[in-house]
Design a protein around this ligand. Structure first.
Ligand code: GTP
Ligand code: MG
Length: 446
């Protein structure tokens, strides 16, 4: 979602990196572009002005550090100020007596119902017992939508007749939670196309009846500056404790995330990064700031890799790699693991310096390439995988037939594989690295 901003800032920093010493004019020229990049990314004007002001004050001569080049220094300051603007990470408030009530509010289609299910799943993973509540009686389909999600996740959904007013439903749900020993109650409320008084009144009543400890605004990141206005009026009328920004996986320009915290003072608590119930991430400003600045989101990648990749296999592959014994059989195993991380382009985007590559390649193309490579290796015999030198003309023709490719493609793969082996040996330099990660970003990641 931050591609545009990221590319712009990268350009500014690239230009700075040639300088030995930064003059005030250099800093001003750079900051003019930072300012433009932020405005184009839909960050609110007031926020941009303050942000640039803070960076300038720190960048011009004040904090001179000998260990950094001037350009690195500006990047560092922009990074730190970006983190400050995004706000400190805040967890859900789950202290105090149970059941904890979490109320989700927001405009129509912002992702409340989806997010309710995501939150329930997230909480159950940390050993909570959530109860979902269908408090959107305006559309019968809304109740059904939540019930379907609840069934998929095996999480109970509290439902009453459509004729019952939502505040009463929510009060009933809290009572039920107490009896059934559910410790978290998640209220999925109705949305509206625009903010109107009837909605606000209903939400205030739900709040008075159900006493939520968290009132989270679910805001669609794609709506840009609008999200800011919506957040402000919900905050004034109902009082927000946090924010969940959804559809961050889309091509929104990202300005909303930077502005909202700054203008409303309401912390962003989660990001919705897809349509699946598992697509919810706790909001971590330092990661997001690194991502915005194109430093790659190594932490997220590592975490995902640790979750998904078979650690033992990766470890074994890593050891073989460094010993120079990494063969096509191991490569095949690693390919299978990489695929588990998600589409390859998405993985590349998280590796420092490869973000642009990841975005320039189409996911269809790279995944198709990956499949072809896999088909070729799978068509080899075990002996061939372990010792590609066996591959003479007739063997290659056989493999080409088996994998619906051609000999030229097989030759290409072998050349690439040898290059990769050589590269890895150079990078490895005796340092122990994890198999998969050394393939992806190891050389830069210590
Ligand atoms: N890509 C993506 N889609 C999302 C995300 N969150 C929600 N959606 C999609 O957005 C659409 C609307 O989501 P809902 O959860 O129904 O939104 P809502 O706020 O409950 O809508 P109303 O009940 O009509 O007010 C659905 O198609 C969801 O799949 C997200 O983080 N990423
Ligand atoms: Mg809904």
């Amino acid at each position: 979602m931050f591609e545009n901003l990221q590319d712009k800032l990268q350009g500014v920093f690239d230009r700075l990196s040639g300088r030995g010493k930064l003059s005030e004019a250099d800093v001003d020229a750079a900051l003019r572009e930072v300012r433009l990049a932020l405005l184009e990314s839909d960050v609110a004007f007031k926020v941009v002005k303050e942000f640039v002001g803070r960076v300038r004050e720190r960048a011009v001569g004040v904090e001179v550090m000998r260990s950094l080049t001037p350009a690195q220094q500006v990047v560092k300051i922009v990074h730190e100020e970006l983190i400050a603007t995004l706000g400190a990470p805040e967890r859900l408030d789950l202290d105090g007596p149970t059941p904890h009530v979490i109320m989700l509010i927001g405009l129509q289609g912002s992702g409340k119902t989806t997010t309710a299910a995501k939150l329930a799943l997230f909480l159950r993973k940390s050993n909570h017992r959530p109860l979902l509540v269908a408090a959107d009686t305006r559309r019968p389909a809304a109740i059904q939508q939540l019930q379907v999600l609840g069934r998929q996740l095996d999480i109970p959904v509290y439902v009453e007749a459509i004729s019952v007013p939502p505040p009463q439903i929510c009060a009933g749900a809290v009572k039920q939670a107490r009896q059934g020993a559910y410790d978290v109650v998640i209220l999925d409320t109705a949305g509206r196309l625009h903010i109107d008084d009837a909605l606000m009144e209903e939400l205030v009543q739900v709040k008075n009846q159900a006493h939520p400890g968290e009132i989270l605004l679910v805001a669609d990141a794609m709506t840009g500056q609008d999200a800011l206005r919506v957040a402000e009026s919900f905050h004034q009328r109902v009082g927000l404790t946090g924010l969940i920004l959804t559809k961050v996986d889309g091509d929104a320009r990202g300005g909303a995330a930077i502005s909202i915290r700054s203008v409303t003072g309401v912390p962003i608590k989660f990001l919705g990064v897809g349509e699946k119930s598992s697509d919810l991430e706790p909001f971590l400003p330092d990661r997001l700031a690194s991502r915005i600045l194109g430093m790659g989101d190594m932490l997220t990648l590592i975490e995902r890799a640790q979750d998904t990749v078979d650690q033992e296999k990766a470890q074994r592959a890593g050891e073989k790699l460094l010993a120079g014994e990494f063969n096509l059989e191991d490569f095949l195993e690693q390919l299978t693991e990489v695929k588990k991380l998600g589409p390859l382009t998405q993985v590349l985007e998280m590796v420092p310096g490869l973000g642009k590559l990841g975005r320039d390649l189409s996911p269809e193309y790279t995944d198709q390439q990956l499949r072809r490579t896999e088909a070729i290796i799978r068509s080899m015999t075990r002996a061939e995988r372990r010792n590609p030198k066996l591959l003479n003309g007739s063997r290659k023709r056989r493999i080409a037939g088996g994998s619906s490719t051609d000999v030229q493609e097989i030759n290409q793969l072998l050349v690439q594989f040898r290059q990769m082996q050589r590269m890895i040996k150079q990078f490895g330099g005796g340092r122990r690295q994890r198999g998969l990660l050394s393939l992806l970003g190891g050389p830069r990641f210590k």
